[in-house]
Design a protein around this ligand. Structure first.
Ligand SMILES: NC(=O)c1ccc[n+]([C@@H]2O[C@H](COP(=O)([O-])OP(=O)(O)OC[C@H]3O[C@@H](n4cnc5c(N)ncnc54)[C@H](OP(=O)(O)O)[C@@H]3O)[C@@H](O)[C@H]2O)c1
Length: 349
């Protein structure tokens, strides 16, 4: 039976972790929710209708940091950098949702459906990193193609939802959209969580650009898949765009594979992969869309793939449209599945 500390429990990802733990993902002695002092008095059990053994919410400054078998970090990279190693030194297996440790060689970067072998042994660092939300759905769709025909080159354009910016991002999009619908001529809202107004807009830069012009989100998408897929030479590049959609990230992906393929072969490989729902052109719903991909609980942990095309003049050129719930596939369910793997390996409890 595990004692799990959930840091960032009141946030968009933290709340989804609580829902998954409440659904019985792992055997629990206690979940200790931790957040900032701003959230003092929040009753998450009542708000989220939870029945798991939940301690009262503790502000991070007052939390004693002892006795946790697992620490799930969902409070941003700054808190992860400050707390991660300290919690690992205190004996917890730390599963971090931020970018703080992802590229460290002593920290496995894990998508359980893709590289469970990275968790064959408990990491000496005590840290396991959850990849970026856009990375997770991308590598889950790429892996069957890698097995089928080998990956040579990947170009991805993302269409990322407001919930990727946490609860504040969701609130900003909702409020600004309502304001504009009641007054189309209203002045634009000041830059907030997304750096630019998002309502009825597209923001083609997520995170700060470096001297090459590639933004932080795009750099993560270029590095993390190489580590997860064990393909350090893979050529991969991205444009990341924030779109005025509440939930689910979408990706248009162009893959150059090493051996020639047909669209039917690609579809069959995707359809045979657990955790992927394939949409064929002839299906009643012919492609996945963000409004519907996470509408039912059973869809939220799936990667939805459609619009499979092989270029008529190049049997190495494959296109996919990939949609997934960034809060589940891209964060909470991936993190909880990492804990499940650790339990299976007998490292915990
Ligand atoms: N949203 C996504 O789609 C997504 C996907 C993958 C990974 N992630 C990563 O997951 C993490 C959480 O993201 P989110 O979207 O859930 O953000 P969020 O909705 O803004 O939630 C942030 C959480 O962190 C807590 N927090 C912030 N500052 C704190 C402080 N100084 N001390 C203690 N707690 C503090 C907040 O507590 P209060 O409520 O008390 O402020 C809240 O519980 C981030 O690292 C993010 O990059 C997010």
């Amino acid at each position: 039976m595990l004692r799990i500390a959930l840091i960032g429990a009141t946030g968009a990802v933290g709340r989804e972790c609580l829902a998954l733990l409440d659904a019985g993902a792992v055997p629990l002695a206690e979940v200790v929710p931790v957040a900032s002092a701003r959230s003092a008095g929040t009753d998450l059990a009542a708000e989220l209708d939870l029945s798991l053994p939940l301690a009262p919410l503790t502000p991070l400054e007052e939390w004693d940091r002892t006795g946790a078998d697992v620490a799930l970090l969902c409070a941003g990279a700054e808190i992860s950098r400050r707390e991660g190693e300290r919690l690992a030194a205190a004996g917890a297996l730390v599963v971090d949702n931020s970018s703080a440790f992802r590229m460290r060689p002593d920290v496995p970067l894990v998508v359980p459906q893709v590289n469970p072998g990275a968790l064959a042994e408990r990491p000496g660092s005590g840290l396991v990193a959850n990849p970026n939300c856009s990375t997770i759905q991308l590598v889950r769709a790429l892996q069957p193609l890698h097995k089928l025909a080998g990956l040579d080159d990947v170009v991805v354009a993302t269409y990322q939802a407001a919930s990727g910016g946490g609860l504040r991002g969701l609130a900003e999009l909702g409020e600004a959209s309502a304001r504009m619908l009641s007054d189309v001529g209203a002045p634009a809202e000041p830059p907030g969580r997304f750096g630019q107004p998002l309502a009825f807009n597209l923001v083609p830069e997520i995170g700060l650009p470096d001297e090459t012009g590639f933004a932080h989100e795009e750099r993560k998408l270029a590095c993390e898949p190489r580590k997860i897929l064990g393909l350090p030479e893979l050529r991969i590049t991205a444009t990341a765009v924030r779109v005025p959609v509440f939930h689910c990230h979408c990706e248009a992906v162009r893959i150059r594979v090493r051996r020639p393929v047909t669209a039917a072969q690609v579809e069959d490989a995707l359809a045979a992969t657990p955790g992927i729902r394939l949409y064929r052109r002839t299906d009643a719903v012919p492609y996945p869309m963000p409004r519907f991909a996470a509408a039912r609980t059973e869809d939220r942990a799936l990667v939805h793939v459609g619009r499979v095309r092989v270029e008529p003049d190049d049997p190495h050129g494959v296109w996919l449209w990939v949609v997934a719930d960034n809060l589940w596939v891209g964060a909470a369910s991936n993190a909880v599945e990492i804990v499940e793997l650790a339990v299976k390996h007998g490292w915990l409890g």
